[in-house]
Design a protein around this ligand. Structure first.
Ligand SMILES: Cc1cc2nc3c(=O)[nH]c(=O)nc-3n(C[C@H](O)[C@H](O)[C@H](O)COP(=O)(O)OP(=O)(O)OC[C@H]3O[C@@H](n4cnc5c(N)ncnc54)[C@H](O)[C@@H]3O)c2cc1C
Length: 303
C-alpha cells in the first residue's frame, strides 16, 4: 500500500517549495521525470519508441488555482498533440482534470478537455484521462461519460482500490469504455477504499480478468508480477492476442520488465511525465516504494 504519511506530504506546499528549489533532488527527479520541457520528453520518447515501447505524455501539474493556468495547460497539451503524428505516432497524452480546472469550474474543465479531444481527433492521437483523489473522482467520471459518445476511444483510469469501482464499471451500459486499470495512488479513507495491499491486489486481479472479458482494448497500469501473470494467463485462456490489450508502466520503473514484455510480443506503453511541477507526482512515487524515501530525504540535505 502507498505510505499514507508520504501521500499527505505530497500535498504540502511548503515542502514542495523547498524540494523544488533544491538542486540535490535532481538525480531522483530525473529517474522518474523525463525532462523539464517537452523537447526532453520527445527525446525520451524517441529512445523508448526505438525499444518498441509507446508513450503517454503527461504534462506535470495538478490542482490549478485559476482558470488561466488551466487554459495554459490546455494550450501546452494541444501543442504536444499536434506534434504526435510527426514525432511519435502511436503516442497518447494523459491528462488530469484537476489541471484542466475541474475544481474551479467543471463546465470550463469539460470545454478544455473537449478542445484536447478535438485536437487529438485531427491529429490521430488519443487522450487518456487520469483518475485522481476521490474528491474529484465523481466529477471526473461524469465528464468522461459526457464526452464518450463523441470520443469513444478516449481512455479513463480506473482505480481497483476504490469500493465504488465495480459499480462504476457496470454503469457503462451503452458504450463500453477503454480503461487503464490501476491499483490507486491517492490517500483515501477506509470508507472509500480497500484497506490492505493484499485486498487491493486481489481486487486488481479480479477486475483485470473482468476487463479482459468485457471491455475493449483494456490497458493495465501495473508493475506487479502477480497481476501481470494473471493478465497474461486470462488473456490466453480467452484466446486474446498479445496485441489485444496493453501493459502500461511508469517512466523509470521496472525498465527491464518493459523490454521483456515487448520481447514476448505484448504491447507496452510508458507513462512519461515532463515539466517543472514534479513534486506531488514524485512524492506519490516515493509513497509506492518507501525504500526510495531515504534516497529522497538524503538528496534534500545534499547527502
Ligand atoms: C501507467 C500508469 C498510470 C497510472 N495512472 C494512475 C492514475 O491515473 N490514478 C492513480 O490513482 N494511479 C495511477 N497509477 C499508479 C497506480 O495506482 C499505483 O500506485 C502504482 O502503479 C503502483 O502499483 P503497482 O500496480 O505497480 O503495484 P505495487 O505492488 O505498488 O508495485 C509492484 C512492484 O513494482 C515496483 N514499483 C511500483 N511502484 C514503484 C515506484 N514508485 N518506484 C520503484 N518501483 C516501483 C516495485 O518493484 C514493486 O514491488 C498509474 C500507474 C501506472 C503504471
Amino acid at each position: 500500500m502507498p505510505n499514507k504519511l508520504l501521500l499527505q506530504v505530497a500535498e504540502n506546499k511548503k515542502l514542495e517549495a523547498i524540494a523544488t528549489r533544491n538542486r540535490f533532488t535532481r538525480p531522483i527527479v530525473d529517474r522518474y521525470v523525463a525532462g523539464r520541457g517537452v523537447d526532453e520528453a520527445w527525446t525520451a520518447t524517441k529512445a523508448l519508441n526505438k525499444a518498441g515501447i509507446d508513450v503517454s505524455l503527461d504534462l506535470l501539474g495538478e490542482s490549478v488555482h485559476d482558470l488561466e493556468q488551466s487554459k495554459q495547460a490546455t494550450k501546452e497539451y494541444q501543442g504536444a498533440i499536434e506534434n504526435i503524428r510527426n514525432r511519435a505516432p502511436g503516442s497518447t497524452v494523459s491528462v488530469k482534470l484537476s489541471q484542466l480546472g475541474i475544481m474551479i469550474d467543471p463546465q470550463e474543465c469539460a470545454n478544455n478537455l473537449k478542445a484536447l479531444l478535438n485536437a487529438a481527433a485531427t491529429n490521430e492521437a488519443t487522450v487518456e484521462v487520469d483518475m485522481e483523489h476521490s474528491s474529484v473522482g465523481r466529477d471526473t467520471l461524469a465528464i468522461f461519460k459526457s464526452i464518450l459518445p463523441d470520443h469513444p476511444t478516449t481512455r479513463v483510469a480506473i482505480q481497483a482500490n476504490m469500493r465504488q469501482t465495480p459499480e462504476d464499471l457496470l454503469s457503462f451500459t451503452d458504450i463500453k469504455p477503454r480503461i487503464r486499470l490501476v491499483k490507486g495512488a491517492f490517500d483515501e479513507t477506509s470508507a472509500a477504499a480497500l484497506n490492505s495491499a493484499e485486498e487491493v491486489t486481489e481486487q486488481y486481479k479480479y477486475l483485470a480478468r473482468w476487463a479482459l472479458e468485457h471491455l475493449p482494448d483494456p490497458a493495465f497500469g501495473t508493475h506487479d508480477d502477480k497481476c501481470i501473470d494473471v493478465i497474461k494467463k486470462r488473456a490466453a485462456e480467452l484466446g486474446l492476442g498479445k496485441q489485444d490489450f496493453e501493459f502500461q508502466m511508469l517512466y523509470g520503473v521496472r525498465r527491464k520488465l518493459q523490454d521483456e514484455l515487448v520481447r514476448e510480443g505484448y504491447r507496452v506503453r510508458v507513462y512519461l511525465p515532463y515539466g517543472t511541477q514534479w513534486y506531488p507526482y514524485l512524492m506519490r512515487r516515493m509513497a509506492e516504494k518507501p525504500a526510495n524515501l531515504l534516497l529522497f530525504l538524503r538528496s534534500l540535505i545534499g547527502g
